[in-house]
Write a protein that binds this ligand. Structure first.
Ligand SMILES: Cc1cc2nc3c(=O)[nH]c(=O)nc-3n(C[C@H](O)[C@H](O)[C@H](O)COP(=O)(O)OP(=O)(O)OC[C@H]3O[C@@H](n4cnc5c(N)ncnc54)[C@H](O)[C@@H]3O)c2cc1C
Length: 390
């Protein structure tokens, strides 16, 4: 087993670290406090900035403008993006990943040619629409339907908590086309453009964290699309969505890792400078042990992410459970690490002028999005039970 990065990975890490600290990190607190309207403008600019260093194309093929890099390299770059601004990672990731991956994996050549170059350049923003007001963890309970009408389909339903809902140009929408066939054969994914008269977008939600990444409801009201809007094949949408979420879990784990690493660096720096009882607070064992725990948890998260990324890359059948392990551990660790960082900052950590305050609010989402911690534990437990059943 080789634990070292390649020359290329080292160069990418350095390049992303330099760019993100210079161009993205200074915008993160501004985004966090911006109005709904300003957020829409600023996050689109950040997506374009990330496109300019190739972040949106790493997961995509050269013929559409991508660089087709492996998943570990994507995670290395992603950590630097998330460390600088978790909201920017989330919105960029929803576009090139949650929307872009399924188009890459299941789309027709025409669909890839239509959407992927724009997704990679940041000129088109995508969103992934699975969750509904009464169907989150229980994704099979979605009520959105698509009914065949001659050569077209008519979509009706409401999607909620959609990352990029307010700014997306195109939505990937999961809808039942045959309820009696159940989710595995009865759900179809549709590529629906925002300018379709049947699409309405709700107001941005007023969130606790990730305030720079706009989230909203998206309504489909007798929304008429052609057969060309079907992603891949009719009836495959649920499986496509679940496969997409496996990549998404590695992505969400990477966001959590970036938040954790930022907390560790902020807290370490502060603990060196802040004095109490005549000495720097990092000389107190209670503080230095927190830093030690933060480092170990961050490192384990990183290793679990690389294992999941590698397994997914080579098609290992364990990849799915590894992705759940990485997502679960990295997200729960990020929440704890952010809490420890705030504690090390004392009263200042509770003030909006300090980065750890934002990181603390951002961290919690990682335990909820892309499948909650409870759902990850269920998936991991199922895999263990099956493995040791004999
Ligand atoms: C900021 C944000 C961005 C998001 N972006 C997107 C997006 O782009 N696209 C998209 O489709 N969705 C998105 N989501 C939705 C997200 O994936 C869901 O919120 C998540 O899957 C949980 O669903 P829910 O909120 O309906 O909670 P519920 O499913 O109602 O769960 C509530 C609680 O019950 C627990 N629970 C549920 N079922 C079980 C069970 N079987 N066993 C044990 N516990 C259980 C859950 O773990 C949780 O603690 C986003 C959410 C947020 C907050």
């Amino acid at each position: 087993m080789n634990y070292s990065f390649t020359e290329e990975q080292l160069a990418i890490k350095q390049n992303f670290a330099n760019f993100c600290q210079k161009e993205i990190a200074p915008r993160a607190p501004i985004l966090d406090r911006a109005s709904e309207e300003e957020v829409r403008k600023l996050i689109k600019e950040n997506i374009k900035l990330l496109a300019s260093i190739g972040f949106l194309g790493m997961a995509h093929e050269e013929e559409y403008g991508g660089t087709n890099l492996d998943l570990i390299t994507q995670s290395i770059a992603g950590e630097e993006v998330a460390k600088a601004c978790a909201s920017s990672f989330l919105s960029a990731g929803a576009s090139y990943g949650l929307f872009g991956f399924p188009v890459r994996l299941f789309g027709t050549k025409e669909q890839k040619e239509k959407y992927l170059p724009g997704i990679i350049s940041g000129d088109i923003i995508g969103a992934f629409c699975l969750t509904e007001p009464e169907a989150g963890s229980d994704a099979a309970a979605i009520k959105t339907t698509a009914v065949k009408d001659g050569a077209s389909w008519i979509i009706n339903g409401t999607k909620t908590f959609i990352t990029n809902g307010p700014i997306a140009d195109v939505y990937l929408v999961m809808a039942y086309t045959d309820k009696s066939a159940g989710p595995a054969a009865g759900v179809t994914a549709f590529l629906v453009e925002r300018n379709n008269p049947g699409v309405k977008v709700g107001k941005s939600f007023d969130k606790c964290g990730f305030r720079g990444s706009p989230t909203s409801e998206v309504f489909f009201d007798d929304c008429k699309v052609t057969q060309n809007a079907v992603l891949g094949e009719v009836g495959k949408g649920f499986i496509q969505a679940m496969q997409t979420l496996e990549f998404g879990r590695i992505g969400m784990a990477t966001v959590a890792l970036g938040i954790a690493q930022a907390c560790l660096e902020e807290a370490n720096k502060y603990a060196k400078e802040r004095k109490a009882f005549g000495k720097p607070i990092n000389r107190f064992q209670e503080v230095s042990f927190k830093l030690a725990d933060m480092m170990i948890m961050t490192d384990i998260s990183r290793l679990l992410i690389y294992r999941a990324a590698y397994a997914k890359q080579i098609g290992d059948p364990e990849a799915s459970v590894y992705a759940s392990c990485a997502k679960l551990f990295a997200s729960e660790s990020a929440t704890q690490i952010a809490s420890m960082a705030v504690q090390i900052f004392g009263g200042y950590g509770y003030m909006k002028d300090y980065t750890v305050e934002r990181l603390y609010r951002d961290a919690k989402l990682c335990e909820i999005g892309e499948g909650t911690s409870e759902i990850q534990r269920i998936l991991i437990a199922k895999s263990i039970l099956a493995k040791y059943a004999k």
